[in-house]
Design a protein around this ligand. Structure first.
Ligand SMILES: [Mn+2]
Length: 290
């Protein structure tokens, strides 16, 4: 049984038995290709959450009404992606086997693969909605297949064609884009087309992965691979609310916050606020039976 730690994301201290969504952190950045630092993401995001309110005027909801448990960070072996992914998968599987929804805080984007492996075992028909500046569809990066530059390709190894929907993508090499056209659905540059996709997915199981570098670096400089030309905070807030309130999200993650690259701390607040809006939009109310 998982128990809350003291330093939890604000308001996320529901008992294990009652929790419908369980947060956990994967402070891992061993394969980051450009600038490391996302290992500091989960703790910075939690700390900054206390600068926000529990109440969201956007949704007229309050985290104190939600049954969410923050189970803390995993202690991961830097230098071994294989072992780190096993640890992440095990935590996600423990949460899923209790009928709860795992919500992973990265860490670099590779951590998604650990949580997604567990989700895929429980929901083999799952689809993926992926927000990112980068396609992450390479077969390998500098000879490494378990890289944050390849994470959606590793998810595709499990799902096969037609079940990955990418939004905001504006970077990748030519062969990666070509491969993507044949195997996944890519909405380049922004979040256009999301509502139609959400409608089309209906009540199908969805894994939702949010690489925060989908945001423009002027909004979110605290990340390892900044890619100019991204979306606004408001566009991302609306989009995550749409996905989390309308899709059957069986697992999700928020990743690639790298606090050292934004000494103002604003990126931490951006990440913490996106997490709050996602938690509130997911069906986590104490009074519903979902
Ligand atoms: Mn990215």
């Amino acid at each position: 049984m998982l128990k809350p730690q003291i330093d939890v994301y604000m308001g996320c201290d529901a008992p294990w038995e009652e929790a419908k969504t369980v947060l956990f952190g994967a402070p891992f950045d061993s394969t980051t290709s450009n600038r490391p630092g996302t290992r500091f993401g989960p703790s910075a995001l939690r700390r900054e959450s206390y600068g926000l309110e529990l109440y969201s005027p956007y949704q007229d909801k309050d985290l104190s009404d939600c049954a969410v448990l923050d189970s803390g960070d995993l202690e991961l072996p830097m230098g071994s992606s294989v072992l780190a992914l096993e640890e992440i998968e095990a935590r996600a599987a423990e949460i899923l086997s209790a009928g709860k929804r795992p919500f992973l805080l990265g860490g670099e984007h590779l951590v998604t693969l650990g949580a997604f492996r567990a989700v895929f075992k429980q929901y083999p028909d799952v689809h993926i909605i992926h927000f990112d500046a980068h396609a992450d569809l390479r077969q390998e990066y500098l000879g490494v297949e378990l890289s944050h530059a390849c994470v959606l390709r590793r998810c595709w190894d499990l799902t096969g064609d037609g079940r990955i929907f990418q939004f905001g993508i504006r970077s990748g090499d030519r062969s990666e884009w070509q491969w993507g056209r044949d195997h996944v659905t890519t909405h380049p540059f922004d979040l256009e087309g999301l509502e139609e996709r959400v409608n089309a997915l209906g009540d199908k199981s969805v894994y939702f992965t949010v690489d925060l570098d989908v945001l423009d670096p002027s909004v979110f400089p605290g990340t390892g691979t900044p890619e100019p030309g991204g979306v606004s905070f408001e566009a991302l807030r609306r989009a995550v609310t749409l996905v989390c309130s309308r899709c059957n999200v069986v697992g999700c993650d928020v990743n690639e916050l790298s606090p050292p690259y934004d000494p103002s701390g604003v990126s931490n607040a951006v990440a913490a606020k996106i997490v709050r809006e996602m938690l509130l939009a997911l069906d986590t109310s104490k009074n519903t039976s979902h």
